[in-house]
Design a binder for this molecule. Structure first.
Ligand code: TYD
Length: 217
């Protein structure tokens, strides 16, 4: 890997990732870092096309392995076209969802074999792996309600495939993230629910060692 810094954000639906990514990106830019912000699935033309298949409710049911391969294909494009080049240039890369989403959603929630997913994640990412992963924890029901409400307000229902899953599914996603963090506490930090400012402070503290120029308070 190059000399950049790679940080990923994870969480269940409506956990407030995009707000926190924006706050951190702005603060890092102010502190003099060059920042690339992107999201999964998407961030490239083929990735956005795959995103449509994966998230549009009109897609209907997908074989879980097909779903896994779609997210992995989108990830591969993003890594090779965006993430790896940006890291090579020395950028900070802030990514909304990465391989832990696959472990949590397709593994813990859909029930695909976890060892197989870990192997696939390693193969697809080829050593491009985050220095730090921030998991924004939130009550599953609250998050889901927030996410559905936001979509309704935006008048967009074309990305609601996962919002249509039951609370038990999203509960398994949350448990999955807690397991992932337990297995890799150095990399993965769980941030407790709170106000936007509480969460911002906790997020900044969790990455402070990576960014000596960043002011936490
Ligand atoms: P998105 O609208 O970006 O959701 P959010 O704003 O909550 O991040 O949709 C991404 C959806 O795709 C989300 O429901 C999680 C799911 N997903 C997976 O199931 N596996 C994956 O590997 C990734 C990257 C996302």
């Amino acid at each position: 890997m190059g000399k950049g810094v790679f940080v990923t954000f994870e969480g269940v639906e409506g956990s407030g990732k995009s707000t926190q990514i924006r706050l951190l990106a702005d603060a890092l830019k102010k502190a003099g870092y060059t920042v690339t912000v992107t999201r999964e699935p998407g961030g490239t033309a083929p990735g956005e096309a795959l995103r449509k298949i994966a998230l549009d409710p009109h897609t209907g049911e997908l074989d879980p392995m097909t779903e896994l391969l779609i997210f992995s294909a989108a990830r591969r494009e993003l890594i090779s076209r965006v993430i790896a080049p940006a890291l090579k240039e020395g950028h900070v890369v802030l990514l909304d969802r990465f391989a832990d989403s696959t472990t949590a959603y397709q593994g813990y929630a859909r029930g695909l074999n976890l060892a197989m997913i870990e192997q696939l994640n390693r193969t697809v990412t080829e050593g491009v792996w985050p220095e730090r992963t921030i998991v924004l924890d939130v009550d599953v029901e609250e998050g889901l309600t927030r996410s559905v409400t936001r979509m309704a307000m935006e008048g967009s229902t074309t990305e609601a495939r996962f919002e249509g899953e039951g609370l038990d599914f999203h509960g398994r996603v949350r448990d999955g993230y807690l397991q992932i963090a337990k297995k890799d506490p150095q990399r993965v930090k769980i941030i407790k629910p709170g106000t936007v400012e509480d969460i911002r402070r906790a997020v900044f503290s969790s990455v402070a060692d990576l960014f000596p120029q960043l002011t936490v308070d």
